[in-house]
Write a protein that binds this ligand. Structure first.
Ligand SMILES: Cc1cc2nc3c(=O)[nH]c(=O)nc-3n(C[C@H](O)[C@H](O)[C@H](O)COP(=O)(O)OP(=O)(O)OC[C@H]3O[C@@H](n4cnc5c(N)ncnc54)[C@H](O)[C@@H]3O)c2cc1C
Ligand code: SF4
Ligand code: SF4
Length: 669
């Protein structure tokens, strides 16, 4: 097997870039006296593109006393996490105030213009109502109804807070990453600013840039008349170019000493647990991570094959999160080495359980490993640490999901002469993503859709072939388990020297007497909360794959952030004071964009040749070089708001902006 040299590491040495304040265009640094609380010396935040205060005011309003007024762009990471956690309850307060005194709620929510509008509307409505005849009649009731509706709408509008409508790509991302902003920073050559935008909500940028299933790209507006922006690949580009910055990001953002007295326990060191632990640590809690295995990382570290996610890249990002000051206890399994009530007796004030999906589904008609029946996930884990058995002869993979595709491609790399994947669904309805299937087909994997194995022929104690039948339709039982109806008379035989099963996994709720509810803490969240019970005396949240079932890394990360937010509130840390910040940022409108046939086409990333892929576990996709990345970012339509161009002297000379036309304001004021 070929030796795998990590191309990314070769290109960009780890020490190449260490984290610097990102607002570097005008040599701007944090204003005097505005050091981050907790003394973390964190990087200065940037204003999202599309806003004309802060990022550009540093240039335009140079030497003017107004230049460093407070705005969201000036918040350090800790303040941003806390602000995000406090936003929801504060918005609720805004809505309540608006219900009592329409207009005032908006002033609370920091958009007073809306308050004036609704106050005037309701005042006019009320004045008109008083002029109507006193006896009840239809007109009077209708006016009263309209007035009440406006009253309620005003409260809903006040509950929006400073929130803005988001571009479709951001709506599509489970973590609500500000794709438009970081793509625009890349276009303008501000790669560190872009990385900071990403790392605010995605602590594993290089890994996510490789494995995310990018639902954002499905919703990308550019995709309606061409190919969507390579949002995921652009994330990988900035992260690969700034390993040092990734490494220092959370370490410099976390307060040196805990700010709050409460200790939090996070159980499970996968993406979800790690994200929650990091956010809580940066917020100022003392955090202890319990992990059953000898190192943190969860499924991406243990099972996602190296040809998609090289181990060293993922490990480095996990280490960067742990360096925020998280205490780790490895080899400690909840349910075996300690129990839930022990956490409270150890002095923890809250806990988050992110145990993932550890229970794999086994098929009843499959035999034992000695006969050649192996669990696909086990094989992936063994391949990751180099202890997988060599395979030979034909291999049959059962399952139609993404994991089955990984198992099939890994089997090819482990020496299988041919690999077939058999699944119940059709090619169109199978759960695996289209691009995962296409990649498998390119590598030589064969798909057998709408079929099921019925029995196996065993010769000399080893499996030799599988008897299969076509699937007529799929029905579901009361527990929503698949019950395929097979066509009689469609039997066929597939050769199989090894059978690998990859038919799903589920959370193991064995630590509870009754499985916890799958209801999230708020609509759209990926986190639940255990109700108080004799063993549960502290707030305990659970989430990621442990709540949703097998999902994705970015959803697990989003769950971690939500759990941190939930714990922050459950521990009574929320300040209900009026938001400290008026939204001082001014939006700059965009009135047009370029749309040529060239801009509709995506810049393709360089891939390893199909013939070379199966010879090793080396990464097969090589990412964008700089000019390709900038050119890809130029295709973004900046849906909703348009960035104003930076003054000429502030621009990097090599950055092309030719891909965008439109009416730009002459100045930011
Ligand atoms: C083969 C494979 C390929 C995948 N490919 C992709 C992909 O390309 N893109 C994508 O987005 N997603 C992919 N996923 C899914 C992704 O890995 C998961 O959705 C994600 O890892 C879930 O994160 P989590 O933190 O919720 O759980 P996990 O990552 O499963 O982490 C749970 C952690 O908890 C620990 N733990 C479990 N029980 C205990 C206990 N009792 N006590 C203490 N610790 C415990 C485990 O050791 C583990 O470290 C893939 C999954 C697999 C299996
Ligand atoms: S074109 Fe740009 S802003 Fe619009 S949806 Fe796509 S990535 Fe987002
Ligand atoms: S994390 Fe995934 S879904 Fe979110 S913006 Fe990045 S690629 Fe898109």
């Amino acid at each position: 097997m070929a030796h795998c040299a990590n191309a990314v590491l070769d290109r960009t040495p780890e020490e190449a870039v260490s984290f610097q304040p990102v607002n570097t265009q005008a040599g701007q640094t944090r204003p005097a006296g505005a050091a981050p609380p907790g003394g973390g010396g964190a990087a200065e935040a940037v204003t999202p593109p599309g806003y004309a205060e802060c990022h550009y005011c540093t240039v335009v309003k140079k030497r003017r006393s107004l230049r460093c007024r407070r705005c969201v762009g000036r918040l350090d990471l800790r303040d941003r996490f806390i602000r995000a956690a406090e936003e929801r309850p504060r918005r609720r307060v805004g809505a309540i105030i608006s219900l009592l005194f329409p207009g005032l709620g908006h002033a609370w929510s920091a958009h007073p213009a809306g308050g004036v509008f609704y106050f005037v509307l309701i005042a006019i409505g009320a004045a008109y109502f008083t002029t109507l005849k006193v006896e009840p009649n239809l007109g009077r009731w209708m006016t009263l109804g309209a007035l009440a509706s406006v009253w309620v709408i005003a409260a809903l509008d006040a509950a929006r807070g400073q929130g803005e409508a988001r571009p479709p790509c951001q709506e599509g991302c489970p973590a609500r990453l500000a794709c438009m902003h970081y793509v625009t920073h890349i276009r303008e050559g501000r790669f560190l600013a872009s990385l900071e935008q990403i790392m605010h909500l995605c602590p594993l940028p290089a890994s996510i840039g490789r494995v995310c299933h990018h639902p954002c790209e499905k919703d990308c507006r550019r995709g309606r008349e061409g190919e969507p922006i390579g949002i995921c690949a652009l994330k990988r580009f900035v992260a690969d170019g700034h390993h040092g910055a990734v490494r220092d990001f959370y370490r410099s953002a976390a307060p040196a000493q805990p700010v709050f007295a409460e200790k939090i326990a996070v159980v499970g060191g996968g993406p979800s647990g790690l994200s929650a632990a990091m956010v809580l640590r940066v917020m100022g809690f003392s955090v202890t991570l319990f992990e059953a295995e000898a190192e943190a990382g969860g499924m991406p570290g243990a099972a996602i094959p190296d040809y998609r996610l090289p181990q060293d890249i993922y490990r480095r990002e996990v280490a960067a999160m742990l360096e925020s000051g998280i205490e780790t206890r490895f080899g400690r399994r909840l349910g075996r080495d300690f129990q839930l009530p022990d956490l409270a007796s150890e002095g923890f004030a809250g806990a988050y359980l992110a145990l993932g999906c550890q229970r794999t589904v086994r098929l009843p008609h499959c035999g034992p490993p000695e006969q050649g029946f192996l669990d696909g996930l086990d094989l992936l884990k063994q391949a990751k640490v180099g202890s997988a058995p060599r395979l030979s002869g034909p291999v049959l993979v059962i399952g139609g999901g993404n994991v089955a595709m990984d198992v099939a491609k890994t089997a090819l790399r482990l020496g299988a002469s041919e690999v077939r994947v058999i699944f119940l669904e059709t090619r169109e309805t199978m759960p695996a993503h289209t691009w995962e299937c296409d990649e498998a087909l390119v590598e030589g994997v064969m798909l057998v859709p709408a079929s099921a194995t019925v029995s196996f022929e065993i010769n000399d104690g080893r499996v030799a072939s599988a008897l299969c039948k076509r699937v007529q339709r799929i029905e579901f039982d009361e527990k929503k388990r698949m019950r395929p109806v097979l066509w009689e008379g469609t039997e066929f035989v597939l050769p199989a020297a090894t059978v690998l099963t990859a038919v799903g996994s589920s959370p193991d709720y064995g630590i509870f007497s009754t499985p916890p509810s799958r209801t999230p803490i708020w609509k759209g969240a990926f986190v639940g909360r255990l109700p108080s019970a004799p063993g549960v005396t502290i707030p305990v949240f659970y989430g990621g794959d442990y709540l949703s079932g097998p999902a994705s890394v970015i959803q697990a990360i989003a769950a971690g952030y939500q759990a941190a937010e939930g714990l922050y509130r459950a521990l009574g840390k929320v300040s209900y004071a009026r938001p400290p910040l008026w939204n001082r940022m001014r939006r700059v409108r965009f009135s047009g964009y370029a749309d040529t046939s060239a801009l509709r086409q995506r810049n393709q990333m360089a891939m390893e040749k199909p013939a070379d892929r199966c010879t090793s576990f080396c990464e097969i996709c090589h990412g964008y070089p700089e000019q390709e990345a900038i050119s890809e970012a130029e295709r973004c339509l900046r849906c909703r708001w348009m960035i104003a161009p930076a003054p000429k002297q502030a621009r990097k000379p090599q950055v092309r902006v030719s891909g965008v036309s439109g009416t730009f304001p002459k100045s930011n004021r």
